[in-house]
Design a protein around this ligand. Structure first.
Ligand code: SF4
Length: 228
């Protein structure tokens, strides 16, 4: 497995990158944060903009203590733990606990395919995948996990490609009683031009259904670059 505990009980795992930027999307878009991108994701969205984070054997191996030091070196005590699918990483829970102990406010980006472990996260950003992701429904919709995240007051972010995706968001909101005011729609796209082209349509859909529009600032300003 990726995680191992050696004779000194050092927790290790693999990460894709650590960087200091601003939150690019969701309820806290625009907020400075340290990003820790954990390695590994088995969800497989066709439009994923971080495919380098999929392979759990890729990235670099780090010891938990060193990772916490690396994150703490930035002049910011807000951290976004992302992936990949961070809940697939054996580093996830020990990392959250260690960062909380260092005074970080924590956001977690997850696909919602797995239920949340019992750790103290300040803000869950759950991006349940709809059909346009190309992921089979049985893999992307986990009712038990969705109910857990609802109980934790999560924010819900949906990347949408077309009207069928928005209709699915409406159905999911009704099926799971997700408050519409907690739902954000984001235009799909890995290039600035795609985001700009889809955004007016997404905004109209938000007005129609009472959802909230989310920009994707990192793509708007830096495109598909890593570490931003
Ligand atoms: S869940 Fe996230 S990291 Fe995994 S494939 Fe989908 S968009 Fe990419």
């Amino acid at each position: 497995m990726l995680q191992r505990v050696d004779r000194r009980q050092r927790v290790t795992g693999r990460i894709a990158e650590v960087f200091f930027s601003i939150q690019g999307e969701g309820a806290t878009a625009g907020t400075p944060a340290v990003f820790v991108r954990l390695q590994g994701c088995s969800v497989g969205c066709v439009w994923c903009d971080t495919k380098y984070s999929w392979d759990p054997r890729a990235g670099r191996e780090v010891a938990l203590d060193d990772l916490v030091e690396e994150a703490s070196a930035f002049p910011c005590r807000r951290c976004v733990v992302t992936g990949g699918e961070p809940l697939e990483s054996p580093l996830f829970s020990p990392l959250v606990q260690a960062l909380k102990a260092r005074g970080f406010t924590l956001e977690v980006e997850t696909s919602g395919a797995l239920p949340p472990p019992p750790v103290a996260v300040d803000q869950w950003n759950v991006s349940v995948k709809v059909a346009g992701s190309g992921v089979p429904e049985a893999k992307r919709i986990n009712p038990e996990a969705i109910r857990h995240f609802l109980a934790l007051g999560a924010w819900w972010k949906f990347v949408v490609v077309d009207a069928a995706d928005v209709s699915e968001v409406v159905r999911l909101a009704e099926r799971f009683a997700i408050p519409r005011g907690r739902i954000l729609l984001m235009p799909e796209g890995v290039r600035r031009e795609e985001i700009l082209e889809r955004s007016p349509w997404v905004m109209e859909e938000c007005k129609r259904y009472g959802f909230r529009y989310s920009p994707r600032l990192h793509i708007l300003f830096w495109g598909a670059r890593r570490g931003v």
